[in-house]
Design a protein around this ligand. Structure first.
Ligand code: ADP
Ligand code: MG
Length: 335
């Protein structure tokens, strides 16, 4: 390897916003014959929005607002992109103050559990959470009479939010009817989360994340370079497959726990692949370190950037292609 070729290679990369951490990754990248993409924040923008809401109880305004208040209060303690989506949705509806949350517990890849307090009183109190400037209770809920506002108090409410397994594991009944509704949304690429209050299933929220504009093109260009492209995600299989189909990826590893992502990379490597893993999250960093060439999205978490060999400063997926091409060109100059 000539130091000059490496210097030129890393220099050309840096000039184009592709930060290559030294000569070794630059040389190694030319052997890449498999690229594994993370989903959320890598293939997608990672800023999901709530687009579908289903309430599994009497469909009055009280249940909707109080359930959403409990759920959004719980999610306000989480840093997951889904949590941001739920909190933003609640704000849009007019909830701008959240209830007190205790015993918050997050289980990676599944969901959360906590106790929400202060959901006392009746609808009047819930409505007082609604910001008066954006909404007035009478215009929003004209059909409400005063009687319906005195409701039993619930000083402590256990809230569970997450995927099917998480709710079932915590003793919540998720029957086949609910499952069917979820699958309907998952098949079109939405991520569906369930919410239970005091062990009763109450609400389903579907969140939608948009694909990055150059995701499909990048996959196509990699495949043209005879590189296998795969998707690795903690999300549900149906959701993952739908996203994969949209960008042209055929091989999907879904419902993989954050702690198991590194195992999947090892598995692919042991089948003889030289793997470049592309990711953005804290969850991805062990997998980035395990892969032959770890590629981090520059707008991602510091932990991922730290663990990676190559950092894409422009959050441009076609730069994955550019980095591998650059490596191929550089190595051709070396040998
Ligand atoms: P990804 O690999 O897509 O980043 P994660 O492993 O972080 O996915 O999460 C997998 C699944 O766990 C989510 O699709 C969701 O069903 C559930 N989940 C995790 N955290 C939360 C949360 N804060 N709120 C609701 N659901 C969650
Ligand atoms: Mg991610």
């Amino acid at each position: 390897a000539t130091p000059t070729a490496v210097m030129v290679g890393t220099g050309v990369g840096a000039f184009n916003g592709i930060l290559i951490k030294g000569g070794e990754p630059l040389e190694k990248a030319h052997k890449t014959n498999c690229v594994i993409f993370d989903k959320t924040g890598t293939l997608t923008h990672g800023r999901p929005e709530v687009t579908k809401v289903i309430v599994f109880s009497t469909l009055d305004v009280h249940s909707f607002v109080s359930i959403l208040l409990a759920v959004a209060s719980a999610e306000s303690c989480s840093e997951h992109p889904i949590a941001d989506a739920v909190v933003n949705y609640a704000r849009k509806v007019g909830i701008d103050q959240f209830a007190k949350v205790d015993s918050f517990q997050m289980t990676p890849g599944h969901g959360l559990k906590c106790v929400v307090t202060g959901l006392l009183g009746g609808l009047k109190q819930y409505l007082s959470y609604l910001s008066p400037s954006s909404l007035s209770s009478s215009s929003l809920f004209p059909h409400l009479d005063d009687q319906s506002t005195s409701l039993p108090s619930a000083p402590e409410t256990e809230v569970l939010i997450g995927n099917r397994e998480w709710l079932r594991r915590n003793g919540v009944l998720v029957d086949s009817v609910v499952d069917d509704v979820m699958m309907k949304y998952e098949k079109v690429g939405l991520t569906v989360v369930l919410c239970a209050i005091d062990s009763v299933l109450m609400m389903m929220l579907a969140v939608e994340d948009t694909l990055k504009e150059d995701a499909r093109l990048s996959v196509k260009l990699l495949q043209r370079m005879k590189i296998d492209v795969m998707l690795l995600t903690g999300d549900h299989t149906l959701t993952a497959r739908s996203i994969a189909r949209k960008v042209g990826i055929k091989k999907v590893f879904a419902q993989v726990l954050p702690s198991d992502k590194v195992q999947k990379v090892k598995q692919v490597q042991s089948s003889g692949k030289v793997v470049a893993m592309v990711g953005d999250g804290v969850n991805d960093s062990p997998a980035l370190a395990q892969s032959d060439v770890g590629v981090a999205i520059g707008t991602g978490t510091d932990v991922a950037i730290e663990a990676a060999d190559i950092v894409l400063m422009k959050d441009q997926l076609t730069d994955v292609v550019a980095a591998i091409s650059l490596s191929r060109v550089t190595v051709r100059r070396i040998y």
